[in-house]
Design a protein around this ligand. Structure first.
Ligand code: SF4
Ligand code: SF4
Length: 446
């Protein structure tokens, strides 16, 4: 990856059995039989088939678009808000969701290729209102905002790339009731193995991955959007829109880096280049739902991550770190910097070989530790492909030596990234990443 050898900074790795057992116990008792998300409740028919046919996965091309979409959301979110308000996890009545930005009121961010105008949102995007309505009900907020960003196209350069809709929801209780109804409908269908009572999805009728297994052609409970119909006033909020545009304009020259950018500086270099090009956003599609879907599908891993990040009060914290253009939050759990990863191997790696096999995990954890002055961090590995249930999760306590040396490497990479005029000046990413990387041609690693 680079001349810097993180393995030589690792002084001890211990498997922590009691933490592992505690986590497993907690998860087994906490996990509901079916984990239902807000996005499931937008399209319950599709949520059914997703569960029943986990082998149907979106084609690679679509997945790449999802990643592009997540990049945009992150960049947009950081431009207009700050890390502690982005991607907020919420849970109520056995339903989970993630709010894009939640400072005072829930804000959902969407991207589109269609020219924006201020037409009737209820008519042309009822699911946006449904999703926001559910988030509002979950956090007991009577209003929220939907930001729609149009990626640059040929004809629309003179119009604003953003529209902000302010939506009020006077009857949150009715929304909660409808959410419960949809949740129960989905769970009952899953238990009975019978989707015929589920309404057809209100969107995404073409190119659905489940079209060939779905029964919507023969059994038709029509699509409806009761939650969107419960919305009160919907108006275009030009003032907020202007404020956001100002924030976006201001944030561009001083874009900040995150810790992951210094773990994979080459990739960060290309990503930044791409974002600076006007055409960059062209790859962003309306794939937010898809992205959330891929997260939901991660099942147990996802629950594990949520319990680490949002678990018992006081256990999970986010410590801000700031050095020059580096600005991020280090996640700690039980007071130790903690990262969770899901290696795709079908057998466990012995602990002595871990830093050689996964140098990027140790770089990340080492940087997290060095930037927060902790000699010890925790690495959780969840091996999805290992068959034996009890062996899937491993918890390691990792001790680092010479924190100053690790911190110096973090800051060296940051400086390289800030000044780089060519990717060749930056350490390479691990070679297994290259075949899947969008930049492999420019990078010369194809
Ligand atoms: S085929 Fe249509 S109704 Fe069936 S899951 Fe796909 S979008 Fe939903
Ligand atoms: S091709 Fe490989 S080295 Fe280059 S940016 Fe992509 S992952 Fe990193």
């Amino acid at each position: 990856m680079s001349d810097f050898d993180i393995a030589s900074y690792v002084s001890r790795i211990e498997a922590n059995r009691s933490v592992k057992d505690g986590l497993m116990r907690g998860l087994k008792t906490r996990q509901p039989p079916y984990r239902i998300s807000v996005t499931d409740l937008l399209n319950i028919k599709q949520a059914y088939f997703r569960r029943k046919y986990p082998e149907i996965v979106p084609p690679l091309e679509k997945q790449q678009l999802m990643w592009a979409g997540t990049g945009f959301h992150k960049t947009f979110g950081s431009a207009v808000s700050s890390e502690e308000y982005l991607e907020q996890f919420v849970e109520a009545e056995g339903i989970v969701g993630k709010i894009d930005i939640y400072e005072k009121i829930p804000v959902e961010v969407k991207t589109t290729s269609m020219p924006l105008d201020t037409k009737d949102l209820l008519q042309y995007r009822p699911t946006y209102i449904e999703q926001l309505g559910m988030y509002c009900a979950m956090v007991n907020a009577h209003e929220g905002e939907i930001i729609i960003y149009q990626r640059p196209g040929d004809e629309s350069s003179s119009t604003s790339p953003l529209v902000v809709y302010h939506v009020s929801f006077p009857d949150l209780e009715a929304i909660r009731k409808e959410m419960g109804r949809r949740r129960d409908l989905l769970v009952q269908a899953l238990i009975a193995n019978d989707p015929s009572n589920l309404p057809a999805c209100p969107w995404f009728t073409k190119q659905c991955d489940y079209a060939h297994v779905c029964d919507c052609a023969t059994t038709a409970v029509p699509a409806s959007h009761e939650i969107a119909d419960l919305a009160g006033e919907i108006y275009v909020d030009s003032m907020t829109c202007q404020q956001l545009l100002n924030k976006m304009a201001k944030s561009q020259p001083s874009q900040l880096f995150g810790i992951n950018d210094i773990v994979f500086p080459r990739k960060a270099y290309f990503e930044r280049l791409k974002l600076q090009e006007a055409t960059a956003v062209e790859e962003v599609r309306e794939e937010k739902e898809e992205y959330l879907r891929s997260m939901d599908e991660r099942g147990f891993f996802d629950v594990l991550r949520d319990s680490l990040y949002f678990g018992a009060p006081g256990e999970a914290q986010k410590i801000p770190v700031k050095h020059a253009s580096l600005s991020d939050l280090v996640r700690t759990w039980q007071n130790l910097p903690t990262i969770l990863r899901d290696p795709k191997l079908s057998s466990l790696v012995e602990r002595e070989r871990l830093p050689l096999m996964f140098p990027h995990y140790f770089l990340r954890l080492g940087f997290d530790c060095a930037l927060t002055q902790n000699t010890k961090g925790r690495l959780l590995l969840y091996y999805v492909r290992v068959l034996k249930e009890d062996a899937k999760l491993m918890v390691y306590d990792v001790n680092f030596r010479n924190l100053n040396g690790i911190k110096a490497e973090a800051l060296r990479r940051l400086e390289l990234l800030e000044k780089a005029t060519s990717h060749l000046e930056l350490p390479k990413c691990p070679s297994w990443m290259c075949p899947y990387c969008d930049y492999k041609l420019e990078c010369g690693e194809a």
